[in-house]
Structures are given as structure tokens and as C-alpha cells.
Design a protein around this ligand. Structure first.
Ligand code: ADP
Length: 177
């Protein structure tokens, strides 16, 4: 575990399973359909139960697919977290837009959490699984986005990165140092 303080808030980097976190919100690395998928998305829907998918389907029926870099919020269902914030990371393809899109995932998720007045939120490593964003590029973008967001005073006191394996954990610890 590694902790970085930014103003009145802290960033905590932990190796673990995001579905077991007790933060008020956890973030899902979803896809645009919001219908669930593999990786962390599948794990969150399995652990959280059908109420999450129902809200995702209602959102898509009303507003259409969730664009890359944007975020929306649902109940946490059976999870310990009260809310799940779903965001769509970019698929790695060496386009110029993708770094900004990945940054937007973190900023827009934090913005939603702050709008709800939440104090704590946990992120997985967005886009570095099935979407193939290289860890050494994605980790600094993620850490910088969170640090930049925390420069302004908001309700958020704790931002956790919950990283599933050794390699991902090391990349985020290195980026934070
Ligand atoms: P993406 O499609 O955005 O790349 P993935 O779910 O494929 O999303 O992978 C994103 C990251 O989530 C990967 O580092 C993967 O190891 C990790 N991951 C998978 N399951 C969990 C989990 N239960 N908790 C935290 N991270 C997870």
C-alpha cells in the first residue's frame, strides 16, 4: 500500500479486488453499451447483482450509448459501495485523442462523485486490460488526472486505486512516486 497526500485529500494505491471495497463509490471500466462484459465490468455486475444492469439499460434507452471518456452513476446494488460510477475507457490505438479520453474517464468520474457529495471513491486501472492501453502510459495519466482534480477543494477526501495484479500495482506506485 502506498499513500500520497494532495491538499486535504489522499490517494491510496492498493493491490486487491475492487468489488470488495468499502468506499462510497467504485468505478467500473465499462464499455459503451453498458451491458456488462468481461474483466472488472463482469466482476462488478456479478458481485452487485441485477439492479445495476437495470439502471444501465434504462440509461441507454433514454440517452443512448455512453461515449468514451464520459461517466454515469448507478446504485451499487449488493456491493458494499453505495454507488457504481461507469466510465468508458479508450481502446488503445495510438490516436492522439486517447490520452485525453483516458484522463476524462478519471475527471468525469470524480466530478460525478463530487456532485453527489461523496467522500471516497475507488478506481480500477481503466483501459489496461481488454482495451490494451500500455500500463506505463496509462498509470501516469491516471495519477495525474486525480492529482489535478484534487487541487480544487471538493467533498472528496480519499481516492483509492485498487489494482488486481502485481504488475499493475507496481506501475501505479511508480507513477505516483
Ligand atoms: P478495459 O476494457 O478498460 O481494459 P478490463 O476489465 O479488461 O478493462 O481491465 C482493466 C483492469 O481491471 C485490468 O488491470 C484488470 O486486471 C483489472 N481487473 C479485473 N478484475 C478486477 C477486479 N475485480 N478488481 C480490480 N481490478 C480488476
Amino acid at each position: 500500500m502506498e499513500t500520497v497526500s494532495v491538499n486535504q485529500a489522499k490517494i491510496i494505491i492498493i493491490q486487491g479486488d475492487i468489488t470488495r471495497q468499502k468506499t462510497e463509490a467504485i468505478v467500473n471500466a465499462a464499455n459503451s453499451s453498458l451491458l456488462g462484459g468481461g474483466g472488472v465490468d463482469g466482476a462488478i455486475h456479478r458481485a452487485g447483482g441485477p439492479a445495476i444492469l437495470e439502471e444501465c439499460k434504462a440509461y441507454v434507452a433514454k440517452y443512448g450509448r455512453l461515449p468514451t471518456g464520459q461517466a454515469m452513476i448507478t446504485t451499487g446494488g449488493n456491493l458494499l459501495a453505495k454507488y457504481v460510477i461507469h466510465t468508458v475507457g479508450p481502446i488503445y490505438s495510438k490516436t492522439k485523442a486517447q490520452a485525453q479520453e483516458l484522463r476524462n474517464c478519471y475527471l468525469n468520474s470524480l466530478k460525478l462523485a463530487a456532485e453527489k457529495g461523496l467522500k471516497s471513491i475507488a478506481f480500477p486501472s481503466i483501459s489496461t486490460g481488454a482495451y490494451r492501453y500500455p500500463l506505463d502510459e496509462a498509470a501516469p495519466i491516471a495519477i495525474k488526472a486525480v492529482k489535478d482534480f484534487l487541487k480544487e477543494k471538493t467533498s472528496i477526501e480519499e481516492v483509492d486505486f485498487i489494482l488486481f495484479n502485481d504488475e499493475t500495482y507496481e506501475a501505479y506506485v511508480n507513477a505516483a512516486r
